[in-house]
Design a protein around this ligand. Structure first.
Ligand SMILES: N[C@@H](CCC(=O)N[C@@H](CS)C(=O)NCC(=O)O)C(=O)O
Length: 237
């Protein structure tokens, strides 16, 4: 039984020669990659709801992917995907909501209509947010990434009953934090820029998220993030 605060032992990532785990044997499986920000959203959700024993992690090495993943499990060939009740579902934002609605544990979607509505609004912006961040790496990253972080700073001012985007911790924080985590590290290391400078709400938000085990247990090592970004997105740096 996994207990809050105790770090679970993560299974090794499966590679091209790894056998396929049984499919549709009644086990719920989250196919994931430990370094994927999209998959991290669903992993945080699972942890927060205390589902470590109910949703098994199956990590895939995306650089050396087993053929059976695309052929038998998830034709989109991406992570995350969730095997549950005889089906395999994908898309991280949908999966956060699916896991929240279909499993026990604390809810990540508030019932307050004003929070629900603002949550949908902020979620509708998340793809623009991530696009802005990745595009910023092709030019003056500090200047080009600023509107994205300013958006968050502004959104964090909406509710004052807690430090999170909807006041209390919710699926909206889960959707954003994997990307903020990566760009905070990369902008600090490569561009010597602190994204929290002049953004006190963002600083507190990150600080408070770092107190939540469900999230901290999913974080990627900072040096690994820098190495991945240098190789994939910053080849000219
Ligand atoms: N829109 C998808 C994106 C998932 C995604 O792009 N995952 C990446 C890893 S971070 C992936 O599986 N890439 C494999 C590929 O594109 O072949 C979601 O939100 O779940």
């Amino acid at each position: 039984m996994a207990t809050a605060g105790v770090r679970e032992v993560l299974p090794p990532s499966l590679i091209s020669t790894s056998d396929q785990p049984p499919l549709f044997d009644g086990t719920t499986r989250l196919y994931t990659s430990y370094i994927c920000p999209f998959a991290q959203r669903v992993w945080i959700t699972r942890n927060y709801k205390g589902l470590q024993d109910k949703i098994k992690l199956v990590a895939i090495d995306l650089q050396n992917r087993p053929a059976w993943y695309k052929e038998k499990v998830y034709p989109e060939n991406k992570v995350p995907s969730l095997e549950h009740n005889g089906k395999v579902l994908g898309e991280s934002l949908d999966l956060i909501k699916y896991v929240d609605a279909n499993f026990e544990g604390p809810s990540l979607v508030p019932s307050d209509p004003a929070k629900k509505e603002f949550g949908e609004q902020v979620i509708a912006h998340v793809d623009t947010f991530t696009r802005e961040l990745f595009t910023s790496l092709k030019g003056d990253a500090v200047q080009l990434s600023s509107p994205a972080f300013d958006y968050l700073e502004n959104a964090l001012g909406k509710f004052d009953d807690g430090p999170f985007l909807l006041g209390q911790f919710s699926w909206v924080d889960v959707a954003y934090i994997p990307f903020v985590e990566r760009f905070q590290v990369v902008l600090a290391d490569v561009f010597k820029y602190d994204i929290t400078e002049g953004r006190p709400k963002l600083a507190t938000w990150i600080e408070e998220l770092n107190k939540i085990d469900a999230y901290t247990h999913t974080k990627t090592d900072a040096q690994e993030i820098v190495d991945i970004f240098k190789k994939r997105f910053l080849s000219q740096q």
